[in-house]
Each structure stands twice: as C-alpha cells, then as structure tokens.
Design a protein around this ligand. Sequence first.
Ligand code: NDP
Length: 374
Amino acid sequence: MKSRRNFLQKLTLSAVSLPLVSSLQAKDAHFWADSADYQGPVLRVAIMGLGSYGTRVAEAMKDCKKAKLVGVISGTPSKITEWQSKYNIPEKNCYNYENFDAIKDNPDIDAVYVITPNSLHKDQVIRVAQAGKHAICEKPMGLNAKEGREMIEACKKANVHLLVGYRMHFEANTLEIIRMRNEGELGKVLFFQGLSGFKIGDPTQWRLNKELAGGGSMMDIGIYSVNGARYMVGEEPIWVTAQETKTDPVKFKEGVDETIQFQFGFPGGAVASCLSTYSMGNLDRFFLNGDKGYAELQPSTGYGPIKGRTHKGPLEKPHVTHQTVQMDEMSDIILAGKKPQVPVDGEEGLKDLIIIDAIYKAVKTGKKVPLKIV
Ligand code: NDP
C-alpha cells in the first residue's frame, strides 16, 4: 500500500492530467499488483472480438505484469464460455455486441481492446469511449482519415485514451535502429524500402470483403510499410505516388487491392519505395540507407523474432512476445502517463490513414499526391 500511495503522490505532482489521477484513485487496491517482481497499477482489459489475433493477444497477456485480461465482448456464445474457463473471466465481465454499452457500469474494466474486422472499429471504439472506457484499437484504426478523426474526437470528448495496436513501436531491434538514426550513426537518411506481403488463402474471408476490410492488402499488411517508412525515416512524407497490379480479379474484387507499389518523398530529401501484396510470400523486409551506414530488418514486422543487421553488425536484442510488451507498455501509457518512444495514439493511427487515403487517390488518378501531415 505504501508504494501505491507513493505512486499516486508522484502522479499528482507530475504533469499527468487530473482526470487520470482521479480515475486511478477510484480503483480498488486489489488492482494494484504487489508481487515480488512488480508493484504498481494494473490495466484491466476486455478483448472485443475473440478471433485469431484476439486469441494471440490473450495468450500473450498471461505474461503481462501491468495488464490483465478480465473481460470479453463477443458475438459467439461458445467462445465466451471457452474463454471464461481458460482465462478465469467472471460472468459479469462478459458482453456481446448488442449489450456492451453496459460496460459503463462495470468498475472492474478499465479498457477495451477492439480486435474485430476493420470496418467495425470506428463505431465500436466510439461506443467504448461513450461508456467511459479507454480504447485500444487494432490497425488499421479505421477505414479512412474521416473515420480516424471521428474516433479521436469521441475519445477526447469522453476523456479516455485511444491507442492503436502498433506492437512494432515497442520492439527492441526496431527501437535500436531508431536510436542509431537519431544519434546520427546512419548519417543523412536517403532511402527506405518496405516490403509487406503474404499469400492470402480462403477467398471467403472478411479480409477480401470490401465492406468489412475497407480495401485489400494495403489496409491489412501494406500499412506496416506505411507506418514503418515513417518510424524508420523519422519524418512524415510530403508526397505519394502509387500503382496497382491485379492478376486475379475474381479473388480480388473491385475495391480490394491485391498488390500496390507506392513511393514517398520526405522533407529531408529521402525517398521510400514500398510494396504491399496479398499474392507473394517472403515479403517482410525493411531497409534503411543513410550516407554513413544502413540498417536492415528481415523479418521486420512478423511476430518475431525480428532479425536484422546494420553496417556495424547484427542486431541482437532478445525477443520478447510483442503483444506482452505492448500491453505492459500501454498500461504504463494509460495509467502512468508514460510517453512511448514512437507514439501509439489515435493521432499516430490517423497519420497512416491520411497516407493510405492518398495512396488510393494516387492509384486512381495516376498522379503524384501532395501530403501535409503535421
Ligand atoms: P479474425 O477473423 O480471426 O477475428 C475477428 C473476430 O471479430 C471474429 O472472430 C469475431 O469474434 C469478431 N467479429 C465481429 N463481427 C464480425 C464479422 N462481421 N465478421 C467476422 N468477424 C467478426 O480476424 P483477426 O483476428 O485476424 O483480425 C482482427 C483485427 O486485428 C483486424 O483489424 C486486423 O487488421 C487486426 N490484426 C492485427 C495484427 C497485428 O499484428 N497487430 C495481426 C492480425 C490481425 P467473435 O466471434 O468473438 O465475435
């Protein structure tokens, strides 16, 4: 209890906003971990959408110190029962898509992690915010910049955090390259290459349904090269060009992109050349070139271990399950006001959506699209 009091005193004295402090003070002591390896507040999370990635996050959260899975929101009753016994989730913390607004009256849940198909994110995040809970949302945050802005607005209005599941922003080898670049070890950055793709299977899945996915490979996997170009170069692009290739118009219907090549220009003079595809395997590679050195990651955004090297030798930071690190870090961001090295907030998610809107516009018009991202 003494350390909890110290933590709250520290928070009160720090620049952390008042509403956060009061929401913390309202919490019961038992959400204050007091074990040998961690003493501090714990973010109590409900996962919405118990699919493939939701399951991965739930498994990873077993090893979290600062975050705990305490609730579920699902449209599939049998999954709820299964998760209840697997993760020891009480009945009172189980919801479906119709009744989850009632989560506002549940003091045992701090945050909801939305892990559903892309087109559902906007409305679900807004409902989570209106219920007074912090929202963590999977990428892409929404279908376009307009949706992103609505989500940010709703979370601001409700005074809750909005974070996007950018797990690579906490990955140690990635952060080492960013450190090297920031400290000038690569010299002036001139070029980035991002290759993001895999061969997609089942043609009936939601990822190939424009209504649910909002697009094709770009929304799902190309976004890693969009986001990666920004954190690897360390600047925001000022123009975009893009070209689409479609070899299978039956599988990849109108509005569902199979392959897009895109290029960015950055204010410092660097350029980026990237590929997003649902039709090629072995495409998970970042390469950053400066006038004093280079950095390479391959795989660059898969579940790991992430491997890489620079002109100085191999990158050797140990692998830790990405989602475990992400959720502990997100707990620190939400409960302790920590600032991550690379942002994971709604504004960060919005930047990617602005760029993706511009990529689709460049594909459609065949023209260079100027960008102004602040
Ligand atoms: P899945 O299809 O495996 O799971 C999605 C879940 O959403 C379903 O199991 C279902 O859960 C729920 N759902 C609600 N409405 C629908 C609907 N109309 N159609 C289908 N499912 C529905 O998808 P993923 O878990 O792979 O992807 C979910 C999100 O996570 C996507 O936004 C994706 O981009 C993101 N993702 C992020 C990754 C990362 O590394 N950051 C990796 C993979 C995915 P229920 O039955 O419980 O309602």
